[in-house]
Design a protein around this ligand. Structure first.
Ligand SMILES: Nc1ncnc2c1ncn2[C@@H]1O[C@H](COP(=O)(O)OP(=O)(O)OP(=O)(O)O)[C@@H](O)[C@H]1O
Ligand SMILES: [Mg+2]
Length: 470
């Protein structure tokens, strides 16, 4: 039970609002105007909950949170964030914040969070974390690129909070895998993970699928039926393809997210639910907002934490490991003795642009394995449409048409190979069949001509970005 609450906020107006609201809810409330005052309250009183503003003069909310956690205290701490300050919000999560209140704070929002904390039996208070290797999604997730390591790291850290996570990325980049990872790494892992594909159902069906319906709610509703939000109680709901929902449904989703309340279709009773929501889309939601088909307030509520999964072509260094992972899996599944890729097969895989991302790679490897190539997968087993073409990175295509100079083709091939090897000169030279010195000479000429301007690090696109600032 939460009895004593501490409010820390330098703004008297919003502080008093919270104090009053919590007193109305029967709590004993303490207030402080800065982090130092807040911490001494924490030290003196046995507070059950801290609500702190993030931005305050002097030490901010994060500093306070860190001090509380360093002192070994595990009570829930809620941070108050403004729209758009998601970077700080994620930092707060990493420091052990329990959840967020987003400004403008409504009484319903606060009461919903309180109710949840009280029915949580303290699980929200810094639970012991499972190890990534212990979870199914954690084990099956491959990726050693900086981009992937950072994403996994963030996912695991946010998993322990209740924060809503929005996962964006092209088709086949691993959104669902990350959603499962977040669930399995969370204190909710023993409870259900419920996926709803919002694009698969017509609007009215989707509504009753999500919220359930009462008997007689519509023609064909012969029985009362529980919705996915009820089934997911205590666990995680994964709203896949959320960009495809209608504006009317978005309004209902916003209410569940903010107040954790809903009604069944045709029902009058207000239901409460304790679910953690993870949403995914490959749609550009900011564009959808501009087009008037997605609610801005829902967007901000969803993307408290935004994991942006980069397309595979932007992290080609992950291709070999992923390919080996799928090779091992499908060789075992099909009981064939395929063990490795030939060097030119690896080069081909790396050079491909993977418009279908990891899923396309997985399918490619599965097809190769099914062809039963013997011990080694060679280029002829890889059915890559368009081969090494595809050119999202603005590099010249390696097209050898009559009319091209030899020099042009050579340059294009060298640049392409460098790119596909993650700018490893040694590997590129090996693939091209030239000495490292020859390659280095050519590279310095390209550099001086301004053609090769791509030092490996600077070339990488932002691996993970959080929130809208990026
Ligand atoms: N990093 C990874 N390591 C191992 N397997 C991966 C990885 N990323 C994706 N996969 C695999 O690739 C396939 C596609 O991933 P997933 O279904 O999560 O993509 P998605 O982003 O949800 O795609 P879509 O937008 O089409 O629904 C799955 O079989 C998944 O297990
Ligand atoms: Mg998916």
């Amino acid at each position: 039970m939460i009895e004593k609450v501490l409010i820390v906020d330098d703004d008297a107006l919003s502080r008093d609002f919270l104090v009053e609201l919590l007193e109305l809810n029967g709590k004993t409330v303490f207030a402080a105007a800065d982090a130092a005052g807040g911490f001494s309250r924490v030290a003196d009183e046995d507070v059950d909950l801290v609500i702190t503003d993030l931005r305050m003069p002097g030490d901010d909310g994060i500093a306070l949170l860190r001090r509380i956690r360093r002192s070994g205290r595990t009570m829930p701490v809620l941070v108050v964030t403004a729209y758009g300050s998601v970077d700080t919000a994620v930092r707060a999560l990493k420091e052990g914040a329990t959840d967020f209140l987003t400004k403008p704070i409504s009484p319903e929002q606060v009461e919903a969070v309180l109710r949840n904390l009280e029915t949580d039996d303290g699980v929200a208070a810094t639970p012991a974390l499972p190890c990534r290797d212990d979870t199914e999604a954690g084990r099956s997730l491959v990726g050693s690129s900086l981009a992937m390591r950072e994403l996994v790291d963030t996912a695991i850290r946010v998993a322990r909070s209740r924060a809503t996570v929005l996962i964006t990325g092209e088709s086949g980049t691993g959104k669902e895998l990350f959603a499962r990872l977040i669930h399995e790494e969370s204190p909710r892992r023993a409870r259900p993970f419920v996926r709803v594909n919002c694009a698969a159902l017509a609007e009215s069906l989707l509504e009753s699928e999500l919220f359930g319906h009462e008997k007689g709610a519509f023609t064909g509703a012969h029985q009362r039926r529980e919705g996915r939000f009820e089934l997911a109680d205590g666990g995680t709901i994964f709203l896949d393809e959320i960009g495809e929902t209608s504006l009317a449904l978005q309004a209902k989703l916003l209410r569940v997210l903010e107040e954790r309340e809903f009604e069944r279709v045709g029902g009058v009773k207000t239901m409460r639910t304790d679910v953690r929501c993870v949403a995914a889309t490959n749609r550009d939601l900011e564009q959808a907002i501009r087009d008037g088909v997605f609610r801005e307030d829902l967007y901000y509520r969803l993307q408290v934490v935004n994991l942006r999964l980069p397309p595979l072509r932007e992290r080609r260094e992950d291709v070999p490991a992923l390919a080996s992972h799928f090779l091992a899996r499908y060789a075992e599944e099909n009981a064939v003795p395929v063990r490795r890729f030939s060097d030119d097969a690896v080069a081909m895989l790396r050079a491909h642009s993977w418009p279908g991302n990891v899923r396309e790679l997985e399918n490619t490897i599965e097809r190769a394995v099914v062809l039963d190539p013997g011990e080694e997968v060679r280029p002829e087993h890889l059915d890559l449409k368009g081969g090494a073409a595809g050119d999202e990175n603005g590099l010249p295509d390696v097209a050898a048409n009559v009319g091209c100079s030899l020099e042009h083709v050579e340059r294009a091939l060298i640049l392409k190979t460098l790119e596909s090897t993650g700018h490893s000169r040694k590997e590129a030279a090996r693939i091209l069949g030239v000495t490292a010195r020859t390659l280095t000479n050519k590279i310095s000429r390209y550099r001086s001509e301004g053609i090769y301007v791509a030092p490996p690090r600077a070339r990488r696109t932002p691996e993970m970005s959080v929130g809208r600032s990026s």
